[in-house]
Design a protein around this ligand. Structure first.
Ligand code: 5RP
Length: 223
């Protein structure tokens, strides 16, 4: 049973002719993009915008028509994964390092549909280290200020020696908080630090969460 495939494909049923679609990033979003590619091949008429270079390359391989922000007014629906989802549908994202483009696209979308397996559902956010995108200049100073908020930080690496570089040319600090009791406050505090570009807390953005379960069923959570 491939839960990621089942849940990714289930969400794609919401896509209709004429829509502009945001394409997520990660191993669950991969299956949604693959299904969209199949539907495009059968005649579905949509245009799409990707949350990462990786998803864009994949979508182009499948001949999904791609657009940029200069060509659209709004995104009708975005389908993306998440690392953690709490009962208020607040999320941690950015495990794949694409949090900034994901947030830009999520906030420009009429509907953000999140696709996860049930292991991603949590009572409180924070067991998954919170990804924070920071500019390389002054990272030592930025990092010290972030740690003053009460977390331990780890500079993400792409291999043992090289820093992971985001699609925007920045670094990621993975921040281990004991728990994130007040996501809104934590997000504001982080984004108030010079050098922080954005953080992986997605608050009040998810419209619906599709949850795939081991038995093959998909539940939909909506607030
Ligand atoms: C990438 C993300 C992903 O959506 C998140 O990491 C979930 O990925 P996966 O579906 O592979 O578990 O936020 O930046």
């Amino acid at each position: 049973m491939n839960i990621k495939k089942t849940v990714g494909e289930a969400a794609v049923e919401l896509i209709e002719d004429g829509m502009t679609v945001g394409l997520g990033t990660g191993s669950t979003a991969y299956w949604a993009i693959a299904k969209i590619g199949e539907r495009v091949k059968k005649g579905l008429n949509i245009s799409a915008i990707a949350t990462s270079k990786e998803s864009e390359v994949f979508a182009r391989e499948l001949n999904i028509p791609m657009v940029t922000f200069s060509e659209i007014n709004e995104i009708d629906i975005t389908i993306d994964g998440a690392d953690e989802v709490d009962p208020d549908l607040n999320m941690i994202k950015g495990g794949g390092g694409a949090l900034l483009r994901e947030k830009i696209i999520a906030t420009a979308s009429e509907k953000l549909i999140v696709i996860v397996d049930d292991t991603k559902l949590v009572k409180q956010l924070g067991a998954f280290p919170l990804p924070v995108e920071v500019i390389p200049f002054g990272i030592e100073s930025t990092r010290a200020k972030i740690e003053k908020l009460g977390c331990k930080t780890e500079l993400r690496l792409s291999d043992k020696t090289k820093e992971f570089i985001t699609d925007n040319g920045n670094y990621i600090l993975d921040c281990e908080f004991p728990m994130i009791k007040n996501p809104e406050k934590t997000s504001q505090e982080l984004n108030g630090i010079p050098g922080v570009v954005d953080n992986g807390l997605f608050i009040g953005l998810a419209h619906r969460v599709f949850v795939g379960r081991q038995n093959g069923s998909v539940n939909i959570i909506q607030k």
